[in-house]
Design a protein around this ligand. Structure first.
Ligand code: MG
Length: 155
């Protein structure tokens, strides 16, 4: 299976990053605007290509309450069907812990071809744990989002 992150790997969050720049951060606004994310062409090409050869799994730091919107978005972009792993609504740990935990679980009974993710810390930890990684470097970086991901464990 090939495992894909969503935000800034397949979905362009640039238009909603302003919700995280104020204090307090507007997480509700940030996630509510996700259905309007434009797709990222490089990620979409890669996921469509991989879907011809293996099972696709989506692994995102978005909370479970975004599941309906996220499934609709994936279908709306014509992306392959696949299991969607999300963060439980109350989980505030940084993505590199939650994602690695799920990767390890998936790897127990399936071969993982690679993880595609834009978060360098997630990629570093996954590589250290022995997973192959494709670093998604095609979206514009957001300092506010990176900071929020690592310190507040929200996405
Ligand atoms: Mg991401």
């Amino acid at each position: 299976m090939a495992v894909f992150d969503l935000d800034n790997t397949l979905a362009d969050t640039a238009h909603r990053q302003h919700f995280l720049e104020g204090r307090p951060r507007n997480w509700a606004g940030f996630f509510a605007a996700a259905p309007q994310d434009p797709p990222l062409a490089e990620g979409v090409t890669l996921v469509l290509e991989q879907a011809r050869e293996c099972e696709i799994v989506y692994l995102t730091g978005r909370p479970e309450r975004c599941r309906r919107d996220t499934l609709d978005w994936l279908a709306g972009q014509g992306l392959p069907e696949g299991r969607l792993h999300m963060r439980s609504n109350a989980d505030r740990r940084p993505a590199r812990f939650t994602k690695l935990e799920i990767l390890r679980r998936l790897a127990r009974d399936r071969e993982i071809r690679f993880l595609v993710d834009d978060d360098e810390l997630v990629c570093d930890d996954a590589e250290r744990a022995g997973f192959a990684v494709v670093r998604a470097r095609w979206a514009a970086k957001s300092a506010a989002l990176e900071d929020a991901q690592e310190r507040e464990g929200r996405t």
